[in-house]
Design a protein around this ligand. Structure first.
Ligand SMILES: Cc1cc2nc3c(=O)[nH]c(=O)nc-3n(C[C@H](O)[C@H](O)[C@H](O)COP(=O)(O)OP(=O)(O)OC[C@H]3O[C@@H](n4cnc5c(N)ncnc54)[C@H](O)[C@@H]3O)c2cc1C
Length: 300
């Protein structure tokens, strides 16, 4: 059961990653009277963006503002914070040890790292004039000229993203950066009204795109296709199964290692911000229920 006094060297849960998913997990667990410590090294994936869009109840705050408000809210429930990167977690008979603190469960909320297309200049505008997600950044440039830069070698994904983007503007150009498209792909793009340029891209002067011919396309915003990777290797260190860039977890965030949970984009890379938080809340309820079984003398 919950201890009356807080012993900072022995707690219920360590949440590793204190962005939207990690903070929401900590909020739900803190309100369930669990003793929680959150570790975070301050690298949320959306940090280059000016605003968080599409988040109910928060009207386009800066990413840092939303997290600061979340931290204040979570701290009110006695959750503790460590502004530090966790490099390793030790497993012992009672659970886990993180930075000298013994815990019964680990919640991994370490998020993702985006690999951008290998084109000079793309990284310079990343998060502002160069973005990936139309649901996050499409509304602000609706009905304006847009370019979708594909990921060379992944034409299926490039086409899918251009088709998606075509619902925000009738003026979308897909630059495949050298990939040729099948007749079926070209037909679908034509039906959606997407124009296609297959020549290589020389460079990006965000958001402008210079083709190898020297021609320059000047969209209001450049959308790119990204590949995503886990930001931390802790899941692998702990022996959790990782597949297609995601930590494998059930609907309660339970990974393949008892006592280790994965929440938000760590487990489901495609989640928008509010989806990551929602996923974490659901998983935190599962963590609490599993700890209840331990409290009652059961096992994982
Ligand atoms: C440029 C950009 C703009 C975006 N804009 C929007 C938007 O407008 N609306 C929207 O809905 N979604 C947006 N997204 C998606 C959104 O960022 C994610 O859905 C959201 O950040 C996922 O939250 P998360 O908590 O799962 O992961 P993250 O936000 O990535 O947080 C992971 C946290 O874990 C920490 N961490 C990682 N490893 C360790 C470790 N070993 N020790 C300690 N801490 C660690 C990191 O520092 C980070 O704080 C955007 C994404 C990008 C890339």
């Amino acid at each position: 059961m919950r201890r009356i006094f807080s012993y900072i060297d022995h707690m219920d849960v360590a949440v590793i990653g204190g962005s939207l998913a990690g903070l929401q997990a900590a909020l739900t667990l803190g309100r369930a009277r669990r003793q929680v410590v959150v570790f975070d090294d301050g690298q949320p994936r959306n940090r280059p963006a000016e605003h968080v869009h599409n988040y109910l109840g928060a009207e386009d705050p800066a990413p840092g503002e939303l997290l600061a408000a979340g931290r204040r809210q979570v701290a009110a429930y006695g959750v503790e914070f460590r502004d530090a990167r966790v490099e390793d977690v030790t497993v012992d008979d009672e659970g886990f040890v993180v930075d000298g603190i013994s815990v019964r469960a680990i919640v991994l909320a370490t998020g993702l790292r985006d690999e951008l297309p290998d084109v000079p200049g793309v990284a310079d505008g990343w998060g502002r004039s160069v973005v990936a997600c139309p649901h996050c950044h499409g509304w602000e440039v609706r009905d304006q000229p847009l370019v979708q830069l594909g990921m060379r070698g992944a034409p299926d994904r490039s086409v899918a993203r251009a088709l998606l983007l075509s619902r925000w503007s009738e003026d979308v150009v897909l630059c495949t950066d050298g990939d040729e498209l099948s007749d079926a792909q070209q037909d679908r793009l034509a039906v959606a009204g997407v124009k296609v340029r297959t020549e290589r891209v020389a460079k990006v002067l965000a958001p402008k795109v210079e083709l190898e011919s020297g021609e320059v396309l000047a969209p209001a915003r450049l959308f790119v296709v990204v590949r995503q990777h886990q930001q931390s290797d802790l899941a692998e260190q702990l022996g959790c199964q990782v597949a297609e860039g995601a930590v494998v977890a059930d609907e309660g965030g339970r990974t393949t290692v008892p006592g280790v949970y994965a929440v938000g984009t760590t487990a489901a890379p495609a989640l928008l911000a509010i989806g990551a938080a929602g996923h974490a809340s659901t998983a935190a309820v599962a963590v609490h229920n599993d700890l209840l079984e331990l409290d009652l003398g059961g096992g994982w």
